[in-house]
Design a protein around this ligand. Structure first.
Ligand code: MG
Length: 166
């Protein structure tokens, strides 16, 4: 069994006075997302998908929001640490696919930049990284523009035995 699938989901609500970070890039918007870290909801969902596929615990386990070390933490750094753990288990990413649920801002103009950034972070090709967005047609908390949710699915390929940690 050389393939493992993982699923991740996250939601953060909007707040004033924060930058909007999505997939490791900054998107111009009057509000950002609230969180203990930099609240990059896309990287959190992706991290959980990677961890789940590798049979590890979730990001809240490794980077608890009660830990002051992770206040305003860069989610790019967290994803890099997650992917290092996944590699340590002997996996590399096959492909990932991501859905951003947001009423605003429009995500489509930023999709290629996000794909490029994610491919770079996981040392894979952009063609292995899918990113798309949808609104909720004005319905529910997301439809009212109260926050952004992200779903991520990941396929990992086992390429070697798990490496002992040093
Ligand atoms: Mg989160």
């Amino acid at each position: 069994m050389n393939f493992r699938v993982g699923l991740g989901f996250d939601f953060h609500r909007f707040a004033d006075g924060r930058k909007l970070l999505l997939g490791g890039i900054e998107i111009p918007h009057p509000q950002g997302l609230l969180g203990h870290s930099d609240a990059d909801v896309l990287l959190h969902a992706l991290s959980d998908a990677l961890l789940g596929a590798a049979g590890l615990n979730d990001i809240g386990f490794y980077f608890p929001d009660t830990d002051e070390r992770f206040r305003d933490a860069s989610s790019v750094v967290l994803l890099q640490r997650v992917y290092a753990m996944v590699r340590g288990e002997g996996f590399r990413v096959g492909n990932v696919d991501i859905v951003v649920l947001a009423e605003r801002p429009r995500i489509a103009p930023h999709v290629e930049a996000i794909r490029e950034r994610l491919a770079e972070l996981m040392a894979t090709d952009r063609s292995h990284v899918g990113v798309k967005a949808t609104t909720l047609e004005g319905r529910g908390a997301i439809g009212r523009g109260e926050g952004i949710a992200v779903q991520a699915v990941v396929l990992l390929e086992k390429i070697q035995a798990a490496q002992p940690e040093d």
